[in-house]
Design a protein around this ligand. Structure first.
Ligand code: NI
Length: 387
C-alpha cells in the first residue's frame, strides 16, 4: 500500500495532461479530442485492450493484473466540460470562449490516466481493472448510456467506483459515507390552466397567475407538512411563464421545477403530492393543472462492502484522520448513480482546497490534488484485487 510520495513523478506528468485538457474543453457527447487524447495516452502506457465509441465518445480500457484470475472492477472518470465563460485567470485557461472545465472533469480524467499508467506498469493485482472514461456527465446521461450499451456485462465488471473533487475540503482529505451520498434529480413542468382576458377585468377571467402563486406556496407544504422531517426533500419552482404583456391575463401559466431527495420512495411521493396540491388549488378557483414529472439521476447510493474498501484505500494513502467516513449527504446529483444501480460500488470526494465552487466561472481543479486521486485509485485496486 502506498502513501502519496509514490505518485510525485506522476503528478508532474498528470499536471501537464490536466492543463492541456483544461485549455481544450468539450461539451456533452462532443468530447472527440479529449477521447482521442485519452486513447493515445492509454495506448502509450502499453494498454492494448481499449474500446472507444461507447455512448458515442466513451472509452473502456482493460488492464490485466499479473496476480492471476480474479474479478474485474470498474474505475470511472468523466470527461465533459460546461458551457461557461471562464474567469479563473489561470495561464491554462480555456482557449474556447463559452466552454470551460468548471467541474474538474479535466482533473478526474488526468487522475484516472495517472492511475492507468502506474497500474499498467506494475500490475500487482489479480483479475482486471476496467478504466471507464464517460462523456456527458453534465445532464446528458452519458453514464446511463454507457450502462445501457452494456459495459458492465461486456467487460464483466463486478464492482464500480467513482470520485469527484470537492472545493472547500482540504487537499489530501477524503470524504465518503455508507448509503446515500448524493440526491436524486427529477424535473417537472406544471401547466396551470385558467381563462385569460383583460387585466382590467379580472372578474371575467380565471386568473392562472394568482392560482400559480398559491400553488408555489402550496408545494412548499409538501416538504414541511407532508414529508417525514427526518428524510431530506427539496421541491424548488425555478421557472415561470405567464403573459407577454402587462395588461393581459394569460390562459395558462407554465411552471418548471426540480425535486431532490436521498430517499428513493420520496420521488413517487413528490410526484403524487405535487399533482394533488396543484389540481386541488387550481380546481378550487375554477381552473385546472397538468403535471409532467420526469425522473433523471437516481440517488447516488454507496454500497456497504465497497464503501468499506474505499475508506481503507484512502486511509492507507493519507492516514485515518484525513478520511471522513461519515460526511453529510449532499443535495447535488451525479450520473455515476446509474452505474451504482447496475453494480455495487462507492463514490468518494477528494479535497480540492479553498477554490471557487464547481460550476463557477472562477473555478479551477487543484493540481495539488492529483497525486491523492491517483494514489486512491491505485490503493483501491491493490486493496480490492489483492493477490
Ligand atoms: Ni462534476
Amino acid at each position: 500500500m502506498h502513501n502519496v510520495e509514490t505518485f510525485r513523478d506522476l503528478q508532474r506528468e498528470a499536471t501537464e495532461w490536466r492543463r492541456y485538457l483544461h485549455e481544450n474543453p468539450e461539451l456533452d457527447y462532443q468530447v472527440h479530442n479529449t477521447a482521442r487524447f485519452v486513447t493515445e495516452k492509454l495506448a502509450s502506457f502499453g494498454i492494448n485492450h481499449i474500446e472507444t465509441g461507447i455512448a458515442e465518445t466513451g472509452i473502456v480500457a482493460l488492464i490485466q493484473g499479473e496476480g492471476g484470475e480474479g474479478p474485474t472492477i470498474g474505475l470511472r472518470a468523466d470527461m465533459d466540460a460546461l458551457p461557461i465563460l471562464e474567469a479563473s485567470n489561470k495561464p491554462w485557461s480555456s482557449k474556447i470562449p463559452g466552454k470551460m472545465h468548471a467541474c474538474g472533469h479535466d482533473g478526474h480524467t488526468a487522475m484516472l490516466l495517472g492511475a492507468a499508467k502506474y497500474l499498467a506498469g506494475t500490475r500487482k493485482f489479480k483479475g482486471s481493472v476496467a478504466l471507464i472514461f464517460q462523456p456527458a456527465e453534465e445532464g446528458a446521461l452519458g453514464g446511463l448510456r454507457m450502462v445501457q450499451e452494456g459495459i458492465m456485462d461486456r467487460f464483466n465488471i463486478s464492482q464500480v467506483f467513482g470520485m469527484h473533487n470537492a472545493p472547500g475540503m482540504e487537499v489530501g482529505k477524503f470524504g465518503i459515507r455508507h448509503g446515500p451520498m448524493l440526491a436524486s434529480l427529477d424535473e417537472f413542468d406544471l401547466i396551470v390552466k385558467g381563462r385569460g382576458g383583460h387585466a382590467a377585468k379580472p372578474n371575467e377571467t380565471i386568473d392562472p397567475v394568482v392560482i400559480a402563486a398559491q400553488i408555489i406556496m402550496g408545494l412548499q407544504t409538501i416538504v414541511s407538512r407532508k414529508a417525514n422531517p427526518i428524510e431530506s426533500l427539496v421541491i424548488s419552482v425555478t421557472k415561470l411563464k405567464a403573459a407577454d404583456a402587462f395588461n393581459i391575463i394569460p390562459d395558462e401559466v407554465e411552471m418548471t421545477g426540480t425535486v431532490r431527495t436521498h430517499e428513493p420512495s420520496l420521488r413517487d411521493f413528490a410526484e403524487t403530492h405535487i399533482l394533488s396540491v396543484a389540481q386541488g388549488i387550481a380546481r378550487g378557483f375554477g381552473g385546472d393543472a397538468e403535471l409532467d414529472y420526469r425522473r433523471h439521476d437516481p440517488v447516488t447510493f454507496n454500497h456497504m462492502e465497497e464503501t468499506t474498501l474505499a475508506i481503507k484505500a484512502a486511509r492507507n494513502l493519507v492516514g485515518s484522520a484525513a478520511v471522513d467516513d461519515n460526511i453529510k449527504p449532499r443535495m447535488g446529483s451525479e450520473d455515476f448513480a446509474y452505474m451504482l444501480e447496475a453494480r455495487p460500488g462507492a463514490f468518494i470526494f477528494l479535497g480540492n482546497g479553498p477554490t471557487a465552487g464547481v460550476h463557477h466561472p472562477a473555478y479551477d481543479f487543484n493540481d495539488e490534488a492529483l497525486p491523492f486521486g491517483i494514489g486512491y485509485w491505485v490503493n483501491l485496486v491493490e486493496t480490492t484485487l489483492a493477490t
